[in-house]
Design a protein around this ligand. Structure first.
Ligand SMILES: Nc1ncnc2c1ncn2[C@@H]1O[C@H](COP(=O)(O)OP(=O)(O)OP(=O)(O)O)[C@@H](O)[C@H]1O
Ligand SMILES: [Mg+2]
Length: 135
């Protein structure tokens, strides 16, 4: 299992949310963060001169998912969150040791399955003979 932590522009929230929904990513959480990357923020023109805003607001998507769903999810976020300009954000991928669903005690992948999610759709495709099972 992996955790994807994607830092994106606030105005890309809906595009990213919709794109993830489309590929069947269900479980996620987001938080508001502030930070800067290589440029160290931006310089703004005020009435009394210029000033530096060094911690800019961004949104962070946290998604824990199976290893085999990482690349498709990363590509989807890059596509939906990108404007081509500096400050589009970063995606971090971490290993995850375990996930426990509190209500049922399910662990690992079992705690990460949702009706009609990316895996359920893939498996439905395999059953329908459209896709080949993964090796
Ligand atoms: N090394 C880092 N660790 C944690 N968060 C970071 C790191 N670098 C950037 N961030 C977060 O990502 C946000 C977006 O960074 P940004 O897109 O400016 O990255 P960059 O590396 O400067 O790329 P670009 O050149 O496209 O601007 C920052 O506002 C900050 O919240
Ligand atoms: Mg930057």
């Amino acid at each position: 299992m992996k955790k994807i932590e994607a830092i994106i522009r606030e105005e890309k929230l809906n595009d990213v949310k919709e794109a993830l929904k489309k590929i069947g990513i269900v479980g996620m959480n987001i938080s508001e963060v502030r930070g800067h990357g290589r440029q160290g923020g931006i310089v703004l023109e005020g009435r009394v001169g210029t000033y530096q805003v060094d911690m800019l607001p961004r949104l962070q998507f946290n998604i824990v998912l199976s290893d085999h769903n990482v690349e498709k999810t990363v590509a989807t976020i890059c596509d939906a969150a990108g404007s081509g300009k500096p400050g589009d954000g970063l995606i971090f991928v971490y290993p995850v040791e375990n996930v426990i669903r509190i209500r049922t005690g399910e662990r690992g992948r079992a705690a990460l399955t949702y009706p009609d999610d990316i895996d359920a759709r893939r498996e439905a495709g395999i059953v329908a003979g459209v896709l080949q099972p993964e090796p």
